[in-house]
Design a protein around this ligand. Structure first.
Ligand code: PLP
Length: 404
């Protein structure tokens, strides 16, 4: 018997209303790194080392923190002009026109809206594998065919394979540096993609991690009015994942298509103030980039000298070869209060590691060595159950030698 045959008229109406509401809810469900990490995360115990979600343990710089505090008393007002001030600051720095930038509470929303706007059952979504999964979740909602292509031998997006696999493409997603591998796709390859892509399709370049790398941004292609949308976020090098600010940067006609989904909802004014202050901090990006690269290099050197393999990265994360189902290692590490992850099904014996503080990475190294050597004890005793529901990060963490 079909579902609707067992419903009375009244309950059928309710059922239809509920399923329409469920469809609408699904259409606006936005997948984020936080939600993906949370699927695997267990409860953190005090002192946990949390390097499983590409977060920045530094948090916002001092100027951004001050801007948040100074802005708080204005919290009763929408103060929409703060968005204009933020956009003005960014566009002046980058030599862009103001109408080419749209601010969002993070880049997850414009990522999601771009996929909804440019893909459909007739226009496929093309991405790398392993690659950041959020766009695939959005493509499921738009009903698009999802085309996944392996990375090249140098772990770049395989642009030729992406083009060959999807003559019906609506949107090509290029994440550079890539999440999870931290590897770059050269600017010249993105240009080739733009030159050869099917008419009407769009290239979405996700630059969430660009500041950690020496990669060349695709913003020049936006300025040249190409069919490209660039995403930026303040969640990574700027340490504002919990504050929420990001951008879509593109030709105004492309941005207008995103607005069909987002409307004109107001931004949190504390996020705008913090983001603007962060942009104005002259040395923030260079200092944090240098520090991340130093800690990453020390970690990779340690792994190499202990016989472990990994994919060299230009970002704040890298893929580590566990030479066994990675889930086993993630669970054994969690039992030692060190939270790593996630896993990409196409590389089941690898796990992603976020670069945390030097202290985090030293704790990671000793736990990983013990797990890989099959040490029987966990080396960690969980505190009493009253602590188990706490979801807090360890106190007092800071990266050394950073003034900002
Ligand atoms: N793009 C990539 C590649 C990411 O890894 C993330 C988060 O981790 C995002 C976009 C979205 O970040 P947010 O919504 O915090 O700006």
């Amino acid at each position: 018997m079909k579902t609707n045959e067992i419903l009375s008229n009244g309950s059928r109406r309710t059922f239809l209303q509920l399923s329409a509401a469920a469809t609408a809810a699904a259409a606006f469900r936005i997948t984020t790194e936080a939600s993906l990490a949370a699927e695997d995360r267990k409860v953190f115990h005090p002192g946990a080392v949390v390097i499983d979600a590409n977060e920045n343990p530094l948090g916002p710089c001092d100027a951004a923190r001050k801007a948040i505090v100074d802005m708080a008393p204005q919290g009763g007002r929408y103060s929409y002009w703060l968005a204009e001030e933020f956009v003005k600051t960014f566009t002046e720095m980058e030599g862009l026109k103001q109408e080419y930038v749209r601010v969002f509470p993070g880049s997850s929303e414009p990522l999601h809206f771009s996929v909804l706007a440019f893909t459909s059952p007739a226009k496929s979504y093309v991405t790398a594998d392993p690659g950041y999964e959020a766009g695939m979740k959005a493509a499921k909602i738009s009903g698009a065919r999802i085309v996944k292509t392996p990375l090249t031998k140098t772990y770049a997006h395989d642009i030729k394979a992406m083009l060959a696999a999807a003559p019906d493409a609506g949107l090509f997603y290029v994440c550079s540096p890539n999440n999870p591998t931290g590897t770059l796709t050269p600017h010249s390859e993105i240009e080739q993609l733009l030159a050869a892509k099917p008419k009407g399709s769009v290239v979405l370049v996700d630059e969430a991690y660009i500041h950690f790398s020496d990669g060349v941004s695709a913003l020049d292609l936006v300025k040249a009015d190409r069919d490209v949308i660039v995403l930026r976020t303040f969640s990574k090098i700027y340490g504002m994942a919990g504050i929420r600010c990001g951008m879509a940067i593109a030709r105004p006609d492309l941005l207008a298509k995103l607005e069909n989904f987002s409307g004109w909802s107001a931004m949190p004014i504390t996020a705008l103030a913090a983001a603007t202050a962060s942009l104005k901090h002259e040395h923030l990006v260079s200092e944090r980039k240098k520090l991340n690269a130093e800690i990453r290099q020390k970690t990779l050197d340690w792994l190499g000298s202990h016989g472990y393999s990994f994919v060299p990265s230009e970002s704040n994360c890298f893929m580590l070869d566990t030479k066994r189902p990675a889930k086993e290692v993630i669970d054994a590490m969690a039992a030692r209060n060190v939270f790593i992850g996630r896993i990409w099904p196409v590389w089941p014996t690898y796990t992603r590691i976020t670069v945390g503080t030097q202290q985090d990475m030293e704790a990671f190294q000793s736990a990983f060595d013990a797990v890989m050597k099959g040490s029987a004890t966990t080396g960690y005793s969980a505190p009493s159950s009253s602590f188990r529901t706490r979801r807090s990060y360890p106190d007092g963490q800071s990266w050394p030698n950073v003034s900002s």
